[in-house]
Design a protein around this ligand. Structure first.
Ligand SMILES: [Zn+2]
Ligand SMILES: [Zn+2]
Length: 385
């Protein structure tokens, strides 16, 4: 079977089934027709033999799920059929030009079509233009809640990029029409000029090397075959990501061309602040109000922990204000499975209103400490230097 058959022959019609026919229907239709036109049953009838060949060919494609899909896709791109000129290039047999070459000039759309035709037509040629190409890296950003950044989460990311125009499927031709083979270069995309004893080859001026010309451009993409499209992917963000970090998600960038690998996706992560907790590397921070008495006399204070029961921090007697205590294991989980700490900073609260008993107790404290001037040393040191 010739490769161009895919575009020229209607295998569904050959078997007398609908395009939506189920595999069982296709099989049944084939069996019925094969019995009728089998050469053994039609000895000497060359038209029956020809018909039998056509039926077998149609069935060989439509009965194979993968090939049927390729066939459907090829035909959906050129719904009106597609006559491939032959014999334009010496040495290419009956197949005049390489569709991969033609479409490779059209960027991503070309890549997609190149892929498709590579599959349909078996590829085989490896010029620089139709070699597999890795997809581009893509950048995006996302904003996470404080807790999601610490625990890790999965986010849905909407990626917008240029791809084949969905209306014309990247052909650039208005719906119901197809690009025509360029009459100037007969689809080769190249024109040759003879300059005395040697010739030069350059891209065809009529079709700009594409090999096809669009007579009725697709109004949606003005004939370019390209359009902005969006896709949504779910990306796993590892636990412990920090605000401003750039996370690499391998293989989630732009799709590769002609079987090449996809590019990578880079996600710039923003983390919303938490009303209570802060971050310092792998540690969480929290500032805890304490009373003067708790610092002076020592105390055990309850401190909030992120996602979990509060933890108790023992404050020794005589702790200065602003001291930080470390609670191991209550911070951010690291990649190696260990966890950072919760850093608890004490902050003395001075009461605005004092009841009678508290007021008289503090007045007593003032009298009891009247001999101590906390600024004495400061005033002395200020005289130095
Ligand atoms: Zn279009
Ligand atoms: Zn041309």
């Amino acid at each position: 079977m010739s490769t161009k058959d895919f575009l020229e022959k209607d295998y569904y019609k050959t078997l007398g089934v609908a395009k939506t026919a189920k595999p069982a229907e296709i099989k049944a239709a084939y069996r019925k027709l094969a019995r009728k036109y089998h050469p053994d049953a039609n000895k000497g009838d060359s038209s029956a033999e020809e018909r039998f060949k056509e039926i077998s060919e149609a069935y060989s494609v439509l009965s194979d799920e993968k090939r049927r899909k390729e066939y459907d896709e090829a035909r959906s791109l050129f719904p009106g059929g597609f006559r491939v000129p032959t014999g334009n290039r010496p040495g290419t047999g009956g197949f005049g030009f390489d569709l991969g070459d033609i479409f490779s000039g059209a960027g991503d759309a070309g890549g997609r079509l190149g892929d498709l035709f590579g599959g349909v037509f078996g590829g085989g040629r490896t010029t620089a233009q139709n070699r597999p190409r890795r997809g581009a890296d893509v950048e995006t950003e996302t904003t996470l809640g404080f807790g999601d950044a610490i625990d890790g989460t999965t986010v849905a990311l909407r990626l917008v990029g240029e791809g084949p125009c969905p209306v014309c499927r990247g052909t650039g031709a208005k719906a119901g029409t197809v690009p025509k083979v360029c009459p100037t270069c007969n689809g080769t995309g190249q024109s040759s000029r003879n300059l005395g004893s040697f010739g030069i080859t350059e891209p065809c001026k009529e079709c700009h090397g594409r090999g096809l010309v669009v007579e009725d451009p697709c109004p949606d993409c003005s004939g370019s075959g390209r359009a902005m499209s969006s896709r949504t992917i779910n990306a796993r963000i590892q636990a412990g990501v920090a605000d401003g970090q750039r996370v690499k998600i391998p293989g989630k960038g732009a799709p590769g061309e002609r079987g090449g690998p996809a590019g990578d996706l880079y996600v710039r992560v923003h983390v919303k602040p938490h009303p209570v907790f802060g971050r310092s590397g792998d540690n969480l921070t929290v500032t805890v109000p304490v009373t003067f008495a708790e610092l002076a006399l020592g105390a055990e204070v309850k401190v909030p922990a992120h996602r979990g029961a509060p933890v108790t921090v023992r404050i020794p007697a005589g702790t200065p204000n602003g001291r930080t205590f470390r609670v191991p294991g209550k911070g951010v989980r690291r990649k190696d499975g260990t966890t950072g700490s919760l850093l608890v900073t004490v902050d003395v609260m001075v009461p605005k209103d004092l009841n009678g008993k508290a007021r008289s107790a503090i007045e007593e404290l003032r009298e009891a400490t009247a001999g101590q001037d906390p600024r004495e040393e400061l005033l002395e040191r200020a005289k130095l230097g």
